[in-house]
Design a protein around this ligand. Structure first.
Ligand SMILES: *Cc1c(COP(=O)(O)O)cnc(C)c1O
Length: 398
């Protein structure tokens, strides 16, 4: 390894919390769908910062706009107005079918806010109404509240006890969902396509039942669209994928929203948003001028890219199915648009390393699921290159 890469790694070993198991490459720059490391190696980026760099790297429209806005106004706090928060909230209302937004700096903060909405909503009806229904294998973030509704022991174990009143049900199990609901339920939280849980979509029947039960018990339906929303499934939000659309009361978004500038949002209908009254919630950074202006531009670009996301995502899906047909260790190909997963009969860790050595960045989630979250600007040609590498690695599997 080159000396400068080694210095970077050594400094982190000594001074940074040792919570991440990083791959031993130091990324220095990106352009379009490619990243480059300090030693000059080029990688095709099918991770895109875990779904964040949706516009790829150094997108000319974003570079221009960030230059301009950073020379004008980056942040001015929520004590005053800026010119971009209102327009961005209006745009999110138009594309989501909901009404109001609150801006955060991350996904987990959006989920925390959504949980506070659920608590305030329930409390206003009865002090007993504080239960949250969440799904097994879900992932909602790392803060204590979001962790409390994350249905995976590996994330939770060291931090128990967490929030009381959370009931977990298996995804797509309608009977379990019915059994968990009562008048004590304040909210049900779902990812319409589970991300960390292995690219696992909810069935229309299950989501529709969640909507019906939430209505029957005066509970809120909260959709965590932090990974599966904002264009990635080929529609703006994963809940819009099926007809008729299953409207949540509250939606959390983040990852691709400002394409790498930290930003998330809670989008809510009027009744859920009204649970948060003046003074009940806030943030210092959220909704700054730069982040909001970038998000507006990102949404403009996504509007242009949606057909390409569907087309290239569809092509990628077909090509992955073709690999699955040839290799019996592929159990299933799942997902929509540019959120795809290949479920293997063995852990995927080694394949991720082998792909990296071949110049392709992919990731593995839920032990056995190769996860593909390429930038929305990806082309059929990029997909061909990725498929060629994956195909080569698959044919070497013994
Ligand atoms: C990434 C993610 C989160 C957490 O977002 P952070 O920005 O990392 O806090 C929450 N929910 C889902 C579905 C996610 O994929």
């Amino acid at each position: 390894m080159d000396a400068s890469a080694q210095t970077t790694i050594d400094l982190e070993r000594e001074y940074v919390f040792q919570n991440y198991a990083r791959y031993p490459i130091v990324i220095t720059r990106g352009k379009g769908c490619h990243l480059y490391d300090v030693e000059g190696r080029k990688y095709l980026d099918f991770v895109s910062g875990i779904g964040v760099n949706a516009m790829g790297h150094a997108h000319p429209r974003l570079v221009k706009l960030i230059r301009e806005q950073s020379a004008t106004l980056i942040h001015n706090s929520n004590l005053y107005y800026n010119q971009y928060q209102g327009p961005l909230a209006k745009r999110l209302a138009e594309i989501s079918g909901l009404q109001r937004s609150f801006f955060t700096n991350s996904g987990t903060e959006a989920m925390e806010g959504a949980l506070k909405i659920a608590r305030a909503w329930g409390n206003a009806i009865s002090p007993e109404k504080f239960e949250i229904i969440a799904l097994e294998n879900s992932f909602h973030g790392r803060t204590l509240g979001a962790l409390s509704i994350t249905g995976q022991a590996k994330y939770r174990a060291d931090f128990e006890p967490l929030l009381p009143g959370v009931r977990f049900v298996p995804a797509n199990d309608i009977a379990a969902l019915e059994a968990a609901f009562s008048d004590r339920t304040a909210a049900i939280v779902l990812e319409m396509i589970q991300g960390e849980g292995g690219i696992f979509p909810m069935t229309h029947e299950f989501a529709a039942k969640a909507r019906e039960l939430a209505d029957r018990h005066q509970a809120l339906l909260i959709a965590d669209e932090i990974q599966c929303g904002v264009g990635r499934p080929g529609v703006y939000f994963a809940y819009q994928r099926t007809v008729p659309v299953i409207m949540p009361d509250v939606v959390a978004v983040a990852k691709p929203l400002a394409a790498g500038i930290p930003m998330g949002a809670i989008i809510a209908n009027e009744k859920a948003a009204a649970a948060i009254k003046p003074g009940m919630h806030g943030t210092t950074f959220g909704g700054g001028a730069l982040a909001c202006r970038v998000a507006l531009e990102v949404l403009d670009i996504i509007a242009e890219l949606l057909p390409a996301i569907q087309r290239v995502g569809g092509y990628f899906h077909v090509e992955l199915n073709e690999l699955a047909r040839k290799h019996s260790f592929v159990k299933e190909v799942r997902g929509f648009g540019l959120m795809l997963g290949v479920d293997l009969a063995f852990p995927g860790k080694q394949l991720v390393l082998d792909a990296m050595a071949e110049g392709l960045l992919i990731n593995c989630t839920h032990e056995t699921v190769l996860r593909f979250l390429p930038p929305y600007i990806v082309t059929e040609k990029d997909v061909d290159q990725a498929i060629k590498i994956i195909g080569k690695l698959f044919s070497k599997v013994k």
